[in-house]
Design a protein around this ligand. Sequence first.
Ligand code: CMC
Length: 429
Amino acid sequence: MTDSLTVRDNRTGLEYDVPILDGTIKAADVGKIKTGEDAPGLAVYDPGFVNTASCRSSVTFIDGDKGILEYRGYPIEQLAEKSNFLEVAYLLVHGALPTKAEYESWVHEITYHTFVHENVKGFMEGFRYDAHPMGMLMASVGALSTFYPDARNISDADNRHMQIVRMIAKMPTLGAWSYRHAQGKPFVYPDNELSYTANFLSMLFKMSEQRFEADPRLVKALDVLFILHADHEQNCSTNAVRSVGSSQVDPYSAVAAGVAALYGPLHGGANEAVLRMLRRIGSKENIPDFIKGVKDGNERLMGFGHRVYKNHDPRAQIIKKACDDVFEVTGVNPLLEIAQELEKIALEDEYFVKRKLYPNVDFYSGLIYEAFQFPPEMFTVLFAIGRTPGWLAQWLELVQDKEQKIARPKQIYTGDRTLDFVPAAERWA
Ligand code: CMC
């Protein structure tokens, strides 16, 4: 067996041998296929990068057909059950699990960078009273680049480490303050005696009490949710981080692009859309009508379907279990019944079965977040906090990868050519 592809160009009758490496061919090799010396090389057309690898990565492995997700080789199920978010963040960023000393130093570093410059507080207060917290998060992460101008020195390993620590540490602070702003409540400073996730809950919900003590079951559930969201290989927001990062901009600006991508309803905004959908359906009796609308192409069943998972989304199954733990503390969310019935009906319906549409991570996460009493606008902020170590691990890989170049796709030009410009005064005469 030869690891190559023989291509015959029927336009010219010429044959080409294209090497196959790791199950891929190089687009540059395809570009060598031409009809003449000066003719443009053959290119591949792939909107949405459906079948195009943009990088080599050792961060996350996904087998969408089998429903497998692994971070640095460790199955997500084991990490969710036995690890914690900061350890997983270390694993993603450093590529291996920490020793005890490495873990303690990592937790210490992250914990002592949770505070932000007072001016950050000032400009966050300047947002409109009803600003979407995701918009605030995106802007404030981007703004951190102005507080740490040294971050642009991306070729220095210690400097990169510093920014990574800062960003993972400050994300909950920025996220919590984005929430408090819309509530008209004073910002709560970090409490560095608490764990990463318990501190986040404190910054969100603390009022006049000396210390905000979240129920440990809720802390654990939120920590698991962060782990489940921590990375997902080349998804839309990670691709945005890599694409913007490929210009060699500082990591705050690159991650702000990731936050922006995550804001969209087809990506991180889906769980917010799931809740809106469940509310609109209102009761189990209305489900058949809703399903009919989806099948007629009038709407989408939000929280279903995935570009990669065509069997099940392993994160959805872990979240379903976390739902039980959270509802034990908070009481059951009445929308759960509708969600479960919707899932049951959809999983038996030919339309969804044929298209391999299964519940994804967002189908149940919104229900949990609502049980925490987060308003829907906050859901994507929670996703962003969880995804930050993944974005940074991918960014780190990008900046150290000698094969990477500035991202610059080709296009197929479909517009006019060589028109003669007529000045406005003549056109409008
Ligand atoms: N409801 C109804 N039909 C659907 C859905 C859905 N949720 N998702 C896909 N389809 C249909 C789609 O209409 C198409 O049908 P046809 O072949 O007849 O044209 C077929 O399934 C293939 O869909 P696609 O849009 O080509 O698939 P994609 O890989 O481009 O899109 C997706 C993936 C996640 C954007 C899409 O499934 C979707 O919009 N789902 C709802 C939004 C959602 O839940 N997003 C969260 C994704 S998971 C979180 C994350 O990792 O970011």
